[in-house]
Design a protein around this ligand. Structure first.
Ligand SMILES: Nc1nc2c(c(=O)[nH]1)N[C@H]1C(S)=C(S)[C@@H](COP(=O)(O)O)O[C@H]1N2
Ligand SMILES: [Mo]
Length: 503
């Protein structure tokens, strides 16, 4: 009995590995739902926010200690966890199913179909509830259900043949199991290869990048970055990614609509083409995650294009009672924005492009919100609904205990130190939300603070690149950087970035 359970688990695990990779191939090649990530997101959505926050913080600190790109490593860790969890569930399901088959007189083939269909139906319900499958997307539903059905059917067949020789010595049984594992492994490798090949073709949305065709507006600035300073305009492929999704919602432009309802005279909707046909606003923007550790790379600067929400408002036909907009996303994320903020600040916008090309699936296609001065936690991607409401409401992360205002704090980092003899050229970035930076200072060991030169920023809301040349004695030193916002308020002492150098 124990051996039957163990062998059932092994068969279940092998078949689940094959299922995961075939599902991945369908996802990458045809945009079909990827079961492993979607089930994981669904599970995560059932957990209390504190657990999710704890997980995020743990991954951020683990990866920043290892000096790898935090955003990328965090997503990769999460994705690996999602796949491992499904494999584990597959092994358990295999053990349970083999126990049922062992105890039941029904033909295994029938039980396999029933169990496979049940699992498939459950997966479809979950995919729908997390909006991973749009209503009426029959192909996607058939694919998800079919994969599980195939799992059940193949399991039953394999099991039948396995049980047909109860008297065979264990060596023969082992070689049979090895054959099953071999076929499953071949399927896994083929599916994964297809997924990787398809994935490589879709990394960047088509079209020429704005930055490949234009000089930056500050290219004439006399202050040049110290080589090794992070790119002033973050390449969109390298931009950090943080969201509650293991894989981004895939949204079809033809069926997508921005729905506007709530306290409006008449609910209406807009297509992406409608929004793109309006006068465009282009802004250089620095986006940062509130979880960015000191010196981290959960911060990036690029050129956003979209429509000013201020300019759209007159079409809403707002009722006088309306005070806020509740902006919500396909993945269940949402944020509330005061109408006052929108009326006073034309920079608040619905963006549809980054660096001249449409937003990628990871970064919010088709539209995302920009609000100056606040962290990314307040700026939904994948928006599909705007509801006018009569009172403030906490946004997704605020409801889970995160900072209520999400106002960006002043931050500065040393990115590059170029030593030549006993002088060092030191360079980096500084940012204080939409307030701008008035001064950057460097300190060597316990010496006086010395002023760095600041390069003209790309816009009043982006980070600044700074540089500073300092002489110091031979041996090890500790460098520190601090910045001041435009009002002259210094970055708090506890948040300073420090770096050791040896001359
Ligand atoms: N729909 C949605 N929007 C979202 C999030 C999310 O999980 N879902 N995460 C937010 C957070 S915490 C950040 S820091 C930014 C990151 O944007 P990026 O991934 O394009 O860098 O997206 C914000 N918008
Ligand atoms: Mo974030």
């Amino acid at each position: 009995m124990i051996r039957a359970l163990r062998d059932g688990a092994a068969i279940g695990l092998s078949l689940t590995a094959a299922l995961v990779s075939v599902s991945a191939a369908g996802w990458k090649a045809a945009g079909l739902p990827f079961i492993a990530f979607d089930l994981f997101d669904w599970l995560a959505s059932l957990l209390p926010g504190a657990v999710v926050t704890f997980g995020l913080d743990a991954v951020v600190s683990a990866t920043s200690a290892a000096h790898v790109s935090i955003g990328l490593a965090a997503k990769t860790a999460e994705q690996a966890m999602a796949i491992a969890l499904l494999l584990f569930a597959g092994a358990i399901a295999g053990a349970l199913l083999s126990a049922v088959l062992l105890a039941s007189d029904e033909p295994p083939a029938l039980l396999g179909v029933i169990v496979g269909a049940l699992m498939g139906a459950a997966a479809v319900v979950i995919e729908r509830s997390t909006m991973r499958i749009e209503a009426g997307a029959f192909l996607a539903e058939a694919w998800v259900c079919g994969l599980f059905l195939a799992w059940g059917v193949v399991f039953a067949r394999v099991y039948e043949r396995y049980r047909a020789r109860p008297e065979t010595p264990s060596a023969a049984r082992r070689s049979f199991l090895l054959r099953v594992a071999g076929v499953a492994t071949a399927t896994t490798i083929a599916g994964s290869a297809a997924a990787v090949a398809a994935g490589l073709r879709r990394i960047q949305p088509p079209g020429a990048l704005w930055s490949d065709l234009h000089d930056l507006p500050n290219s004439a600035s006399p202050v040049q970055p110290v080589p090794g300073t992070r790119s002033e305009l973050t390449p969109i492929r390298a931009h950090y990614r943080v969201d509650i999704d293991t894989s981004p919602p895939s949204i079809d432009e033809t069926s997508w609509r921005l729905a506007v309802d709530g306290l409006v005279r008449q609910p209406f909707s807009r297509t992406l083409a409608d929004l793109r046909a309006r006068p465009a606003v282009h802004q250089f923007i620095t986006l940062s995650c509130i979880s960015n550790p000191i010196g981290g790379d959960l911060i990036g600067t690029t050129r956003w294009s979209g429509v000013s929400l201020h300019d759209l408002l007159p079409e809403f036909g707002l009722e006088p009672r309306a005070t806020h907009l509740r902006i919500s996303s396909r993945d269940g994320f949402h944020e509330t924005v005061a109408l006052d903020t929108i009326q006073q600040d034309r920079r608040v916008m619905l963006a549809y492009a980054w660096d001249g090309v449409r937003l990628s699936a990871e970064h919010g296609f088709p539209i995302r919100l920009y609000i100056p001065a606040v962290y990314g936690m307040k700026q939904p991607k994948w928006i599909d609904r705007i509801e006018a409401i009569a009172a403030w409401e906490p946004g997704y992360w605020v409801a889970r205990g995160w900072d209520r205002t999400g106002r960006m704090q002043a931050t500065s980092t040393i990115d590059a130190v170029r030593v030549q003899g006993l002088t060092a050229a030191i360079g980096g970035i500084a940012h204080a939300g939409a307030r701008g930076i008035s001064r950057v200072e460097i300190r060597v060991d316990d010496g006086p603070w010395r002023e760095a030169r600041i390069r003209d920023p790309l816009s009043p809301t982006t980070w600044v690149v700074w540089r500073c040349e300092l002489s110091m004695g031979p041996g090890p030193h500790t460098l520190a950087v601090r910045c001041y916002d435009a009002a002259g308020i210094a970055q708090p002492d506890g948040t300073l970035y420090k770096r050791r150098v040896t001359l």
